[in-house]
Structure formats: structure tokens, C-alpha cells
Design a protein around this ligand. Sequence first.
Ligand code: FES
Length: 196
Amino acid sequence: MQPAVGEMQLRVHSFARSPEQAAFHDMLAGGPLAPHVRFHFGIEPNGVSPILRELLSTRHSGAHLYACGPVPFMDEARRIAEGCTNLAGIHWEYFTLPAYVPEAGGVSDAFTVRLARAGRTFEVPADKSILQVLIENGVTMDWSCMEGVCGLCATRVLEGEPDHRDDVLSTEERQRDRLMTVCCSRARGGLLVLDL
Ligand code: FES
């Protein structure tokens, strides 16, 4: 039986060249999370992938992965995690955002956003985000990063197809919960109807 934190089973894996270079090392090594933390120090670049593959493929079914780090590490973790069918959700926080590459069919064109509950409709030009347009028009909602990494602006889509450009929502949240981040994601068609 794995030790649990609250009702969750938690494992923290920290990769760094040395303890001095590991973020939050003292807190992780000496605090209440210490029994759940394993450090991986001084691993050669080509040694990281086998460790990640072993760690991710042996998680119990339904596990969620939360990963943060620099782009090369995250890209490798992402490549491996997306091939692991046991993971229920994967969540990313890049130290710096990777260059945006539109999904096939994605567009940056202007489109229309309708707020179903407020009964208001706005045009979103190609050079503004949905969130910018909403704020300019006095619509209040939670937001923070404006870059698709915090998840605060996640909003349910009632109609239309989002062009997801965030790095925070899981596949499950996008497909089952129909969520999109309005600070950076756009529309694949001419109209999005949001649950606002
Ligand atoms: S404001 Fe952070 S994801 Fe939209």
C-alpha cells in the first residue's frame, strides 16, 4: 500500500544536477512531503527517458501527472506520458512556454463569441484574445497568467469548436468537460458560445 497524503496517493520526483540546483530542495527533503519525494541527481541526458518511462508506465490506472520544468525535459516527459494509457490526465507547467504551433486546421482569424447566460455577443479580432475583448467590455471573470498555464480562465464551451492553445487543460477537461482557456485559445469556426 502506498502512503497517502489526505485521500490522495502522491509521488514527487525531482530531477536536478545536484541538491543545490534542485528547486525547493530543503522543503521537499525535510518537510511533511519528504516521505513521498524521490530525488534524481546528476542523471546524464540520455538517462532521463528510461527513468520517466519506468515511472509513468507503472502508475496505477487513473493517475494524474503534474509536471513542470524547462522545455527539453517537458517535451520528453510529454512524449512519454502521451503514450501511457494508464494516465487519466496530464498537466503541464513550462518554466518558459514552448513556441506555439497551431494544431492542424487551427486559425488565428477573427470570430464571434456569444455569452449564453449574459446574452451578449462580441467580435474577437485576429490580434486580440477572447479574454481581452471580454475585459474591455466589462465582463468580469477569474484570470491570472494570460498565457494558458494557470487555468483560472477555463470556461465551458456550449457550441463551436475551440482551437486549444493552452498548456494547462488535460485532454479529459477539453473533451469531456468542454473547457477552454479564453486568455489564449481561439475558435476553429466562426462562432463560439460560452457558458458565461
Ligand atoms: S489566465 Fe491563466 S490560463 Fe487563462
